[in-house]
Ligand binder design. Sequence first.
Ligand code: UN1
Length: 508
Amino acid sequence: MATPVRESALAFLKKLGVQDSAFASSGLAARSPITGETVATVRAHSAAEAGAIIAAAHEAFLTWRLVPAPRRGELVRLLGEELRAAKDDLGFLVTLEAGKITSEGLGEVQEMIDICDFAVGLSRQLYGLTIATERPSHRMMETWHPLGVCGVISAFNFPVAVWSWNAALALVCGNPVVWKPSEKTPLTALATQAIVERALKRFGPDAPPGLCALRTGDRAIGEIMVDYPRVAVVSATGSTRMGREVGPRLARRFARAILELGGNNAAIVAPSADLDLALRGIAFAAMGTAGQRCTTLRRLFVHGSIYDKLVPRLARVYGSVRVGDPRQTGVLVGPLIDAAAFDGMERALGDARAHGGIIHGGQRVAGIAGDAAFYAAPALVEMPAQAGPMLHETFAPILYVTRYQSLSEAIALQNAVGAGLSSSIFTLDMREAETFMSAAGSDCGIANVNIGPSGAEIGGAFGGEKETGGGREAGSDSWKAYMRRATNTVNYGATLPLAQGVVFDVEG
Ligand code: UN1
């Protein structure tokens, strides 16, 4: 018998350094999807407290922006060290609170460590360009400066990694970070904050008070952050519906937005594909994290010539995969986050049936925990055509599959949805692979070959186009969204030539 969820979560919270004062008799009920039980009630911040936290973060900005970037990197290096020390415990808490299988819980913390390492290096590489000027004895260059308070709104499915992608970059870029975690996952946020506090303590007085703050609460707390003038950039991860509210509100006050919204990711399996490899790639991308990643594979286009070879095999994999308590070895699919997620899955499957879909799996799996937990067999749905629920993201393990005949048809189908996060093609044909990644190919922020659409590393820029919101986080030059660019022109000569040959002589 595994240790009861509640006892285990409370023990890990204590071990990770979360103080009793974080809990209260009323506030946010933190539940575990493993059993559906309430683990603890987390104190929620009032609107006034939330405002005060942002004001303090702005004060912190005024000094943190002056700390040299490599020194700021030292704080993130210490954070990485603390995360390494806490990896097993925090990873397990992710399993308890978000329901991820243990290797995925640990993987989430590894992703936090990876972005810390990346950001430490970046703290010595916040480069601007030197640009040729048309004027003699002039120099033109650009300088990147800290931007201001960075607000982070994160979702339940990556309850701590998303914060870290933003926080690690924001901190080296000279910005304080205020975090509003998902109401569904406040415990892992509290534990992460305790880890941050340890890093801050080791770092010493160069880090001003209020530099890294956590605000727990409901939607109203997120709204305060979106509307508060001192918050210079908000990175929001969640549904497209949420992004439609947050985006315009930020635009109204000309604040920056980094939006990571819904995905409705597809894969194409071409005639030349290595089917064994495709099968494994599809299985992880579609069923991993119980279908609750933004990057989850939701639509599969299989060439007519191999459909009957691949899809029956896939159906067998769907039938054999172990659904259950994510703490158990051998389980690959854990619980859905809550009842609403299961209702959404049922609705989508009903809709698929109405559109002529043939459903393999998808039923609720009983006997794992009580009625308050929601385990579902992943569903493979053979659709006669791309229609109905296939056009929208349902945050559940449903993979719709349909046939295609030509690559251009498959690419058009793949691009014919609102979201534009991730995509992939399984092919051994170089022309097909390159076409898929070309300007005429996938319209997504991520386009992969011979791997599924999920499970990105932090080294690349992460994010997507269209209704996914256009934001980029993590690697490559995503850091630029957390800084402001100043173009500097310096005249080291004794005359004042004007650009574009303008003459403006005055007597003097
Ligand atoms: C998300 O689901 O919000 O690429 C992010 C991936 C992970 C991140 C997913 N590295 O699947």
